[in-house]
Unconditional design. Structure first.
Length: 307
């Protein structure tokens, strides 16, 4: 897959099958649309193209929006590549771009720049200035400019009943298994290992403290999770905690993981953690021995899960 960071960088002589959207999460609903794009491009001997945007349009158009995303740019690129898309354009979204009329967008971007022959889009997609154009307008533009429009019906979308918003809500409520089911893969957090207070070592449970790669990435609700980490091209099982660490009077949210059968120094190393199951909410214990006892129980729960 070739990736471009501006619409102007791409051109096609052959012609394209296009879909567009934010694709946050690249979840099962998105994957269904993407598979239609790749199938159509092969059958029509055209190039498959996805147009997406960064930052998320909602954060540009709605003042004060603190929208947390399911994917970093790097994760989104990797997920779209796994869907066998040939070309990905991540275009900078700003207010100037948002002011393009629907016809300007279709004529200047889809037709002149992309050499579009077919577009595959959801039935409820809206586009153009103030998002006033609908699928009906797109079909009319297709007739005018000579490209086909394939609409993903409400029935097909409702069969899956998946949305990025539903997944965000699941993650914020500890429903990690539902989120993973909708995504079609385990939700992950990538970051670097930073030096912490090393309190875990004092009770026999050293943890790797994670500094997430992106501030825009959604961190699931505070609590204890069964997780596995990929580090130095190896995968390790573990128990993960997201929270304020109230037993030791923590003042800020921490993301940390205790890896089983692991004691190497990994400061500044890149780590990717997959969240597999929510065990329990974070809680304050009267003393460290009580915390140690609970972590022992959490670890046993995780070991049974992996077995």
């Amino acid at each position: 897959m070739k990736t471009y960071f501006n619409i102007s960088e791409f051109s096609s002589i052959k012609g394209t099958v296009v879909t567009l959207g934010t694709f946050d999460g690249v979840h099962l609903g998105h994957q269904k649309i993407l598979s239609k794009v790749t199938e159509a491009s092969k059958s029509l001997d055209l190039e498959s193209l996805v147009l997406t945007f960064h930052p998320h349009p909602r954060t540009v158009l709605q003042d004060g929006t603190d929208l947390k995303l399911l994917n970093t740019i790097e994760e989104k690129i990797e997920l779209l590549e796994s869907c066998a898309i040939e070309h990905l354009i991540i275009h900078p979204f700003d207010k100037a771009f948002s002011r393009l009329t629907a016809e300007e967008f279709v004529s200047n971007v889809l037709v002149k720049q992309f050499n579009i022959k077919k577009i595959i889009i959801g039935y409820d997609h809206r586009f153009g200035r103030n998002r006033t154009a609908t699928i009906v307008d797109l079909i009319e533009f297709g007739e005018k400019f000579g490209f086909d429009v394939e609409q993903i019906s409400a029935e097909e979308i409702n069969e899956i009943t998946i949305s990025s918003t539903k997944i965000r809500n699941a993650l914020q409520n500890g429903a990690i298994q539902i989120a993973n089911q909708y995504l079609g893969y385990p939700y992950c957090i990538t970051g670097t290992v930073k030096k912490g207070q090393q309190l875990g070592r004092t009770i026999g449970f050293p943890t790797a403290n994670i500094n997430p790669t992106s501030l825009d990435k959604l961190i699931p609700c505070n609590g204890v999770y069964i997780a596995q980490a990929t580090l130095q091209n190896k995968t390790y099982e573990g128990v993960m905690n997201i929270g304020m660490r109230p037993t030791v009077d923590g003042q800020s949210q921490h993301v940390e993981i205790h890896l089983f059968d692991f004691n190497a120094s990994i400061y500044d190393e890149k780590i990717t953690i997959e969240l597999l199951e929510y065990i329990r909410p974070e809680q304050k214990f009267e003393h460290l021995d009580a915390l140690k006892s609970q972590i022992t129980a959490d670890k046993e729960t995780a070991i049974r899960y992996f077995q």
